[in-house]
Ligand binder design. Structure first.
Ligand code: 8YV
Length: 311
């Protein structure tokens, strides 16, 4: 008998094939399957889900024998970790395998913003080139990069930005002992001391809207914001106001509140580059993430603690 698992959102076909070979997979993202799930709920001992999707308390309550939530990502902001612990449910992530690709997404957003890549592409396609007048870009060389949240991804972003000649400073909730970069005393001080502010901080109740109107003001009219963390860590009202009023120079955003149905004001906001939450979305990394999800599930069903349990 194959064990029953619940798959909340699609994974790569190659990974889903492996899941199907080992488990009876109930797909929550499949409307027809969702309707007939009731009978299987007590038999489900594991859930695989995405970082941006998580698992609601309502679903945790529906699964009395749940023992592990294997997250295909590193974000756990959509999972009540305390409730999971109280229920003896391990929450395991794909810590470590997506670091570089998420940081690369941030670098790509930054360069796209500074060098008008998306605008330039549209400009050439629209036959505007012969008319001239394409704006000059901004060089990253010699600019100050501020990293809000110096975890693995923040450190990778900083190292990559140094290769472009940027100087790095950061703010982190707890002291960082293994970095020579300058630590700033507060998020606002970091913003004030940055030309580009990269947000890579974990989304928690404490960091909700941490990038607020005050921080954007500190970043200033020449400052650029990059968000590769979660939409909820930025006050979107304040951000849209700052973009529209020239309060900041621009924003590169991979994450938003209420994805994928983001606020339509972003579609027309000036000096923005928008991506559909693709930080870790490369073939190689999604394969590595999927493999780790498979390993974490296998560990659980072998009676062991999943290696990358975080709660
Ligand atoms: C993925 C993420 O897009 O790691 C995370 O928390 O948000 C991303 O890597 C997501 O987990 C895939 O569903």
């Amino acid at each position: 008998m194959k064990p029953d698992i619940l798959l909340v959102e699609p994974m790569m076909q190659a990974i889903e094939d492996q899941l199907d070979a080992i488990y009876t997979v109930h797909r929550l993202y499949n409307e027809a399957e969702k309707q007939t799930l009731e009978a299987a709920l007590p038999t489900i001992r594991a859930v695989a889900t995405g970082g941006g999707t998580g698992l609601s308390n309502e679903w945790i309550e529906k699964l009395p024998n749940l023992g592990v939530i294997a997250v295909n990502g590193v974000g756990t902001d959509r999972i009540d970790l305390k409730l999971a612990r109280a229920r003896n449910i391990d929450v395991a992530t794909t810590l470590g395998v997506l670091t570089d690709d998420v940081a690369d997404t941030g670098i790509a957003l930054m360069l796209a913003l500074l060098r008008h890549i998306a605008v330039g592409d549209a400009y050439v396609r629209a036959g505007q080139w012969p008319k001239g007048g394409f704006p000059l870009g901004i060089s990253p060389k010699g600019k100050r990069l501020g990293i809000l949240g110096l975890g693995q991804i923040g450190k990778a972003f900083g190292r990559k930005a140094e290769a472009f000649g940027m100087s790095v400073r950061y703010w982190n909730r707890s002291p960082v002992t293994d970095s020579d970069w300058q630590a700033c005393a507060s998020p606002a001080e970091l913003a004030e001391d940055s030309d580009v502010l990269c947000v890579v901080i974990a989304a928690t109740a404490e960091t909700r809207n941490i990038v607020d109107a005050e921080m954007l003001k500190a970043l200033g009219p020449k400052g650029y914001l990059i968000n590769i963390a979660r939409g909820t860590v930025v006050d979107e009202d304040a951000l849209l106001t700052a973009l529209n009023n020239g309060g900041i120079a621009g924003a590169g955003l991979d994450v938003f509140v209420n994805e994928p149905n983001i606020r339509e004001e972003f579609f027309t906001a000036p000096n923005t580059v928008l991506m559909p939450h693709v930080g870790s979305a490369t073939l190689e990394t999604r394969m590595a993430m999927g493999d780790l999800v498979l390993k974490n599930l296998a560990a659980h069903f072998a009676g062991e603690k999943p290696l990358t349990t975080i709660n």
